[in-house]
Design a protein around this ligand. Structure first.
Ligand code: FCB
Length: 459
């Protein structure tokens, strides 16, 4: 069965992971430049200094994106490139780069979906406390306004934050991502509150500055629990675990509700407030109203989920069967995550959804005949898309799907060893080689998703 006629097929990336050119346009260092310069922080000490050198391969990359036939491209804007001091004066040279990117997309008939924050805030703002400083909400809104002033005659789709769960959970709690902090629970909850406030202030800034009516969303982690079988009590168990503060990963930062309830409902979930007690964030008058400004869509980044069932102790997560398929990242292959994740989130938050990221890392290399076969990526994506289509059939309002990622890229603490691209990148020569999955996805898009399983990859 086809996807809805106006379904948006897309592909995604983020600034620090592909751009390189970290010293051009007057760009200042971001927290990631600082973090990856420290030996031991990133796999084999890889850095984002060159990455895919996308800044210098813009036209080639735009042609490759267009070659897929996608309707939309999700990218992020680098805060230190467009506002090197973090606040005050925007950099024209930096904004010019995104001008060219946006013009290039529109000339090719591709709708830009811009993310304002994909983890790379200026180091100078980190030196002033980063997310721990309440002022960051105003700094972020100021930066958002500068970007919107320049691009909103052509860009109407905006996302504020990418995955607050990850930049708080890994950046500020376990220290495996920039800026590499291990804050207390109280401090990290306060930083998360500031991130939510930044989101809300940016929503206002976008609406106030947009020259065309904007459509605004965010792109959190879709922390997904699915029923282990089709018994109603298993479904109930999965739903309960999807919306609890005691999420199955055992770290509050990775849960859905602590971030989404404030944004959609204007309040923190009760179970979290009870659990945190004195550690709960300081909330000033007006904060919750600011955080819960209406948004137009809810982005979901979903890669995997865990199965749950009901026991006499209550809902519990089950272990995977030995030998279940895993990606190179060791993430379980769980297509049903793209049915239950969107379904549960839509039932609770009733906001139109986009899958803003989905994909996998696999061990791809250029074969002797210069092709890059990646059957795992094709099989994974076909299975996940079939589940997404089933969710749509069952009434979940999913407007689009963005595959992560267009290019192999700098996978944060894993460096370049995790390859998520539809296009292989040789980091020595910077040569791009579309993988089999690129040609396969092109057919999926051209056929609007019909016959997913029957399509063969052909160059
Ligand atoms: C998500 C990130 C994205 C990429 C994928 C694999 O958590 O948003 O930048 O790293 O995972």
């Amino acid at each position: 069965m086809l996807f809805p006629r106006d379904f948006t097929w897309g592909v995604a990336s983020s600034a620090y992971q592909i751009e390189g050119a970290t010293k051009e346009h007057g760009r200042s260092p971001s927290v990631w430049d600082t973090f990856d310069a420290v030996p031991g922080n990133v796999f084999e000490n890889h850095t984002g200094a060159v990455a895919c050198d996308h800044v210098h391969h813009l036209e080639e990359d735009l042609d490759l994106i267009a070659g897929l036939g996608v309707g939309a491209y999700r990218f992020s804007i680098s805060w230190p490139r467009v506002m090197p001091a973090g606040t005050d004066a925007p950099s024209n040279a930096g904004l010019d780069f995104y001008d060219r990117l946006v013009d290039g997309l529109i000339a090719r008939g591709i709708q830009p979906f811009a993310t304002l924050y994909h983890w790379d805030h200026p180091q100078s703002l980190q030196d002033r406390g980063g997310w721990l400083n309440r002022d960051i909400a105003d700094w972020f809104a100021e930066y958002a306004a500068a970007v919107v002033d320049r691009l909103s005659d052509r860009v109407t789709r905006w996302m504020t934050l990418n995955e607050p769960q990850i930049f708080i959970g890994h950046g500020l709690i376990d220290g495996t991502h920039a800026p590499g902090l291990t804050l207390s629970r109280k401090e990290s909850l306060q930083a998360a509150h500031h991130a939510l406030l930044a989101h809300g202030k940016a929503v206002d800034a976008i609406r106030a500055h947009a020259r065309k009516t904007p459509s605004i969303g965010w792109a959190p982690v879709g922390d997904t629990v699915f029923p282990a079988d089709d018994r109603p009590e298993s479904i109930e168990a999965a739903r309960a675990l999807t919306f609890t503060i005691r999420n199955p990963q055992g770290n509050w930062a990775f849960c859905n509700t602590w971030f989404a309830d404030p944004i959609i409902f204007g309040n923190y979930p009760e179970d979290g407030l009870q659990l945190f007690g004195q550690d709960a964030p300081l909330i000033e008058a007006g904060d919750m109203e600011q955080i819960s400004r209406p948004i137009d869509f809810y982005g979901l980044n979903i890669y995997s989920g865990v199965p749950a069932h009901m026991t006499n102790r209550g809902p519990e997560v089950l272990d995977f069967a030995p030998g279940n398929p895993r990606t190179q990242f060791n993430w379980p292959v769980t297509p049903q995550a793209l049915y239950w994740g969107p379904r549960f989130i839509y039932e609770r938050y009733k906001t139109p959804l986009y899958i803003t990221e989905n994909g996998l890392a696999s061990m791809d290399w250029v074969h002797r005949d210069n092709s890059v076969p990646d059957p795992g990526r094709i099989d994974y994506t076909a299975r996940y898309l079939a589940e997404l289509r089933r969710a749509i059939d069952d009434g979940v309002d999913v407007r689009g799907y963005f595959h992560w990622s267009i290019l192999d890229n700098f996978e944060w603490a894993e460096g370049y060893r995790m390859r998520f691209g539809l296009i292989h990148v040789d980091y020595q020569t910077l040569k791009r080689t579309p993988k089999h999955s690129y040609y396969w996805y092109r057919q999926v898009i051209a056929s609007n998703g019909s016959e997913l399983e029957a399509l063969e990859p052909t160059a």
